[in-house]
Unconditional design. Structure first.
Length: 647
């Protein structure tokens, strides 16, 4: 434990700091600890916090945090407890350093597969990353993340921390309950948010109740291929409420998905047409509906062919879902937001933005009510509603604006309080609040170490706060977000560290034990990184060549410190050029970049990696091509010429 070390350091401070901190490279002795504390105006609590996060050079972090990059459409990887940013993984948005979206076939394919209505989309509103799980525990193999604005799902391979796939379905027109995985990653859940006619059809909003619908997509995950398979995926049609977050049941509640909703009033705006604005229309009812979905039953019905295909997706229609007992509702307090299954799978915690309580549902009670067909009524579409009072285990008065809940391994829950800007720690056993800590400010999600799994670690929590008003040196009106690291090891929670996120509103993150992730050091020679297999066109040293075939000029090229071979490429204006470039290096630190100016081509070739690029040399001229990573003393000389002779 680090407590004794903290005490030791504090004792040194208290004893007048006879001990001098070592000065790098010798020289005059540094100030004593208490002098340093005075000079920097630090309290003992500050020093203890510093000691809990400070990570000397060369030492690695205990956890990876995978955070959504919000509007950036990327994923941010952070080491915990140091809170050092390790990588921005390019997902939905081009990223030059990683050469993502600048010419190679693999990222072109991702962007092509992520098209909506045939339109290329180069940003995303990413909300919820989800690590793959085995038996309800993170297995460190892949990470999924959804896009709210242009409903899509991405698969990130954690062998190389790169995006392997993007999928999209035109069934829905926005999403939010994504990504969440079932306990063995059988499916990745993508729930719609704003209802619309299914399949991208048109209907005026005045036909909202009849023509608009929600849906939840279950993307089938093929673990061997590490890909989502659209043909094996399915969806369930839902009433036109605004479905919100989701979580998969586990252990006791395995086989179920819980998804909440707001706007069961079906308000749909029209404030310039004599209607109340959407937000007040959507806040009339005291209760909305927690959706209880039996996905195992749905899967069997889909296998039995009880679906209709809409926009290339097999859809279990609402009537079928109701008739077959796939979908039930339980009332939930006004405008709920987060729904989070407890680690034992026995309870489901719902936070209501406009209610001060956390509501704890008992899965055993829900199951019994379903089995006994004990309903308190039906919604306008015929979905049976289970009685609220009999479905809950209790409610806990948490504070203002409870949103999301995560867990530690000691039976405690931690809920973010948006309006109060606090985290509430409470006991799952007796539903009592134990502690609260202030965050800065506007906390949205929070994440705890392995906090979504069947065996959370506790230890660290990260509060994801929106708009850090006064925490950092000002950078103008658009405020950075703030990830605050919170120590969970004591009775009282303590904020340890503020990390500004200058990238987009991060929403959710997950934290996994670092040793569970087996990242590659280099690719085996000739690897096509999107296939994670040897590329058929991989080039070996000595086999470099230029060939002309019916489909254009093929350049088989290699990169090794400090040259490309060939380093002069001559083509004729209008020829189609296919570059096949292998980085021959197997050293850990031997990435080469490949830039071809004016043609918008920019690759990052990691050791062992092979990439293919196709383009038309339509503009004559002399184009230097060069390596963009300072790979060696002769890096600047790692260059050549791409010559396009005029017609
Ligand atoms: Cu609360 Cu998209 Cu999960 Cu933002 S969501 S905070
Ligand atoms: Cu290769 Cu610089």
């Amino acid at each position: 434990m680090c407590i004794p070390r903290v005490l030791l350091a504090l004792a040194l401070v208290a004893c007048g700091g006879a001990k001098k901190a070592a000065t790098p490279g010798g020289g005059s002795p540094a100030a004593s600890l208490d002098e340093l504390m005075k000079a920097r105006n630090l309290s003992e609590t500050d020093v203890a916090a510093a000691l809990k996060t400070y990570t000397p050079t060369g030492r690695h972090d205990e956890y990876y945090l995978f955070g959504s990059g919000g509007h950036s459409g990327q994923v941010v990887v952070i080491g915990v407890p140091s809170m050092r940013i390790l990588k921005y993984i390019a997902v939905f948005t081009p990223e030059p350093w990683q050469g993502y979206g600048y010419g190679d076939h693999a990222s072109k394919q991702n962007f092509a597969d992520g098209r909506r209505d045939g339109r290329s989309i180069t940003w995303a509103d990413t909300h919820h990353p989800a690590l793959s799980e085995t038996k309800g525990d993170y297995d460190g193999e892949v990470l999924f993340i959804g896009d709210k604005a242009n409903p899509r799902m991405a698969v990130i391979d954690l062998r190389d921390f790169s995006t392997a796939q993007i999928v999209s379905s035109d069934l829905i027109d926005s999403s939010h309950g994504a990504a969440f995985v079932t306990p063995d990653t059988e499916y990745v859940i993508e729930g719609s948010q704003y209802p619309a006619p299914l399949g991208g059809k048109y209907a005026d909003v005045s036909q909202y109740n009849d023509a608009y619908r929600g849906a939840v997509i279950f993307w089938k995950f093929d673990r061997a291929k590490r890909r989502l398979i659209k043909e094996h995926s399915f969806a369930i049609e839902l009433p036109p409420y605004m479905q919100d977050l989701a979580d998969a049941g586990k252990l006791d509640s395995h086989g179920y998905v819980f998804m909440n909703s707001f706007d069961t009033e079906r308000a749909h705006g029209g404030n310039a047409e004599g209607n109340p604005p959407l937000e007040s229309g959507a806040s009339q009812n005291d209760m909305d509906y927690l959706h209880v979905i039996d996905w195992k039953k749905a899967e069997a019905l889909v296998a039995a062919g009880k679906t209709e295909t809409i926009a290339d997706m097999r859809v279990l229609r609402l009537e079928t879902a109701i008739a077959e007992g796939v979908l039930h509702f339980v009332p939930e307090p006004k405008s709920p937001h987060g729904v989070d299954v407890t680690p034992d799978g026995k309870d489901i915690v719902v936070g209501g933005k406009l209610d001060t309580h956390g509501t704890v549902y008992s899965f055993a009670s829900i199951k019994r009510l379903i089995d006994e067909k004990k309903y308190e009524g039906k919604d306008p579409y015929g979905v049976p509603i289970l009685p609220f009072k009999e479905a809950i285990r209790g409610q806990v008065e948490l504070g203002l604006g409870p949103l999301h809940t995560v867990y530690d391994g000691q039976g405690n829950a931690y809920t973010s309080l948006f309006l109060e800007s606090k985290v509430a720690k409470w006991s799952l056993k007796d539903l009592k609040v134990l502690d609260k800590v202030s965050t800065h400010y506007n906390i949205g999600h929070l994440t705890a170490a392995e906090g979504d799994t069947v065996s959370p670690d506790g230890k660290y929590l990260v509060a994801m706060n929106k708009w850090a008003l006064d925490r950092f040196t000002p950078v103008g009106p658009l405020l950075p977000q703030n990830f605050q690291l919170v120590d969970l090891t004591g009775d009282k929670m303590q904020v340890l560290y503020d990390l500004p996120i200058p990238l987009g509103e991060p929403h959710y993150a997950q934290m996994i034990k670092a040793d569970k992730v087996k990242a590659l050091e280099v690719y085996p020679p000739g690897t096509n990184s999107s296939e994670m297999a040897k590329d058929a066109l991989a080039v070996e040293g000595g086999k470099e060549r230029i060939e002309r075939t019916a489909d254009g000029v093929h350049v088989y090229m290699t990169a090794i410190r400090s040259h490309f071979t060939p380093d002069i490429i001559r083509v004729k204006q209008g020829e189609t050029v296919h570059l096949h470039i292998s980085n021959l290096e197997q050293a850990h630190d031997a990435t080469h970049g490949f830039a071809l100016g004016s043609y918008n081509i920019n690759l990052s070739l990691e050791p062992g990696e092979h990439e293919n690029v196709t383009f038309v040399a339509d503009t004559p001229g002399v184009y230097p091509m060069y390596c963009t990573e300072f790979c060696s003393a002769l890096h600047l000389e790692m260059a050549g010429y791409f010559l396009v002779e005029p017609k």
